[in-house]
Design a protein. Structure first.
Lengths: 400, 400
């Protein structure tokens, strides 16, 4: 069904805004109320009664999504059709520039003994500073393999990203990380003929890294995981006929937006900065993706009160966004991150859509419990775009 | 989408319990309340408020499922992908041992005249005792056909099961029952080359049965229907990574459980016996399927009060089950069997899931009407397993 927007797209001058409060959905704390139910949110409560609400299933019932699938869904793509490799996601997360000829791998610095046996898969979680020193050495000493440019980028602690440029072929290659110690790293094996080049480069890279690091004390080898290229995804322009832009503060979400062809503009560091960016670029786009990160961060920290605080902060700023008079806007999350779980969860996410033709919505506020009764019902995240486009007059009638 | 549990399965030590009150869903009687709403169920009502409820669509909206599809759904398999032949279902129902080389057919004793024309498709619904006498004769006189062992098993009245052993090929063969009288039985015709052997055996069997029974007064021929082998289904171990066991009192449900690779243990004759079995085998499995039959039986009988009674009997025993401290349990039905309809129906079925991370559930009790408002919403039965596995910590996050 998510094919529909493709064949029905219709031009209009309308403006649409998707606001993701990352990890918005929560679970009841001791007093029986979730983060969103605890937060004082007069503006979202007013909009919930005036417009429409429901619940969004990010990917599938009972399935906990990562950030990649969670966002692809609300962007209007079935996340199960576009798996995103871990190498790509890690690269996007640390702001590595990737294009469709870039191969990425999420790597670990590790320790091997004199027989090549893994003794620590994470090299004792070396400090990030040590990681940066080693990556600098690797970048100086290994600049190309089999005539392809290669690059190393530091992540946190033992993690780094390995990049191969200018690969026209595929990257279907297994991890060299055996996920265990006291055995040797695996050899990279191509899963099809068109991945032979990448497998060859990965195996050479592993040897070269071992040579360069052989006298290092804290990490002397590397394991490769999630070797991958960008998934092949239609842009939002192609799929929905809209000019889209990402306003976010964290590289990961800018990277995910690039996957679907969004433009990226500077979102600054705070929600206020992001609203400034929204105002500044209002005339240039049809669809604005506005990402609020800290709801998820505090959820992951298990900090119920601070997650409540971010929700309240956003709600207080909402009138500034309303003043821009978007024809349609949606407020939801890419998944739930209940503070009591300290992690992403499988629960559906509250959803609010303001559009010009709302049904009467028999709810009292914007919350997990009230959204259950909302006029939109419980829908899959991938269908949110349909409602946004419909409200924005950007979908033709299907059939005569 | 139901592919998810396959690729996300994760090991855990948790225990899960699926309780099927067969045919649980009902319809209002004269006073406007269903069987479940009439029953006094303090324990399920308490659990409904404390944990999560919703409605389960067994197969598809408006579709009335048989026992086979109804159970495959709650076991986590899309029933439309695994059609179960009537021969197989009948064989499972009378406890015939079948494996993946067994061909089964559900047969009718019938009457034909001297020209081979059918005069009664059910031989006047001969008594079961007569059926057993005839089946004994057939087993004595027809032991193999084309070098394959064949067997006959009595069912109720005119019904029996015909079994062919050791068939490696397929069984795509039409019914010989023309579903009408005053015409000849149909010839069995194979629908593809790999079913030629079975078609040949069926045609010979029909002739042999006719010869053996030619002087019998009450039934002198047989019609073959639902010629089938076991569907090829992944086991629950393969699909979800769990050790599963069936605790049931009726052969049909043990047979259906075998289809998905469950172990079968002795469930005794009563719900109390089944609880004993649950306690006895608690340590040996991850997933327990607990089947209560009589809700359906009394529904089929049109006995509203007795169906209410079974629900109350189960509810009173529920604390014994709760005392086992399953990490996750679900209570639902495989379909509705409203007493006023005296048959399976297409209505969704109340669903209750106890798991460690419940949303607040704004309901007053466990009933058709209240479950409509439940925090789980209305979902397909095949997704119940996702929620059970998620609550049991047995599903990895999808994507990073």
């Amino acid at each position: 069904m998510s094919i529909f927007p493709d064949i029905l797209k219709q031009e209009a001058k309308t403006k649409m805004l998707l606001i993701i409060l990352d990890g918005l959905g929560g679970l009841p704390s001791k007093d029986g109320r979730t983060e969103l139910e605890t937060a004082n949110t007069p503006n979202m409560d007013r909009l919930a009664k005036q417009f429409e609400t429901g619940m969004s299933i990010p990917v599938e019932i009972g399935i906990t999504p990562g950030s990649g699938p969670g966002h692809l869904g609300v962007f209007g793509y079935d996340p199960t059709n576009y798996p995103i490799g871990r190498g790509i996601l890690e690269a996007l997360g640390i702001d590595v520039d990737v294009d469709n000829k870039t191969v990425t791998a999420r790597c670990n610095f590790c320790n091997i003994d004199s027989n090549g046996i893994i003794t620590d898969r994470r090299a004792g979680r070396i400090p990030t500073e040590e990681n940066m020193r080693l990556v600098k050495i690797l970048n100086e000493q290994i600049k190309s393999i089999n005539n392809k440019t290669v690059e190393f980028y530091s992540g946190i602690e033992h993690r780094f990203v390995f990049v191969i440029r200018d690969i026209e072929t595929n990257a279907d290659v297994n991890d060299t990380d055996p996920q265990d110690i006291n055995i040797k790293p695996l050899k990279a094996i191509s899963q099809n003929d068109s991945s032979n080049d990448v497998a060859g480069i990965i195996n050479k890279a592993a040897n070269l890294i071992g040579n360069v690091l052989k006298d290092e004390k804290r990490a002397n080898y590397a394991l490769f995981r999630g070797i991958s290229k960008l998934p092949n995804i239609e842009t939002m322009k192609e799929r929905f006929g809209i000019r889209s832009v990402c306003i976010a503060t964290y590289p990961m979400y800018k990277g995910l937006s690039k996957l679907v062809g969004m433009n990226i503009v500077d979102g600054g560091k705070t929600i206020e900065d992001e609203i400034d960016a929204l105002e500044k670029h209002f005339d240039n786009y049809d669809y604005f993706f506005f990402h609020v990160k800290k709801t998820d961060s505090y959820g992951e920290d298990g900090d119920f009160d601070k997650k409540v605080g971010v929700i309240e902060q956003f709600d207080a700023l909402l009138p500034k966004i309303e003043a821009l008079n978007f024809d349609v806007f949606a407020i939801t999350g890419d998944h739930s991150t209940p503070a009591i779980m300290k992690t992403h969860s499988f629960h559906p996410v509250p959803l609010l859509i303001k559009h010009p033709y709302p049904r009467r919505n028999p709810v009292n506020d914007f919350s997990e419990t009230e959204c259950l009764k909302g006029s939109l019902g419980t829908i899959y995240a991938k269908h949110i775009i349909n409602l946004m486009l419909a409200g924005a007059g950007r979908l033709k009638k299907y059939g005569a």
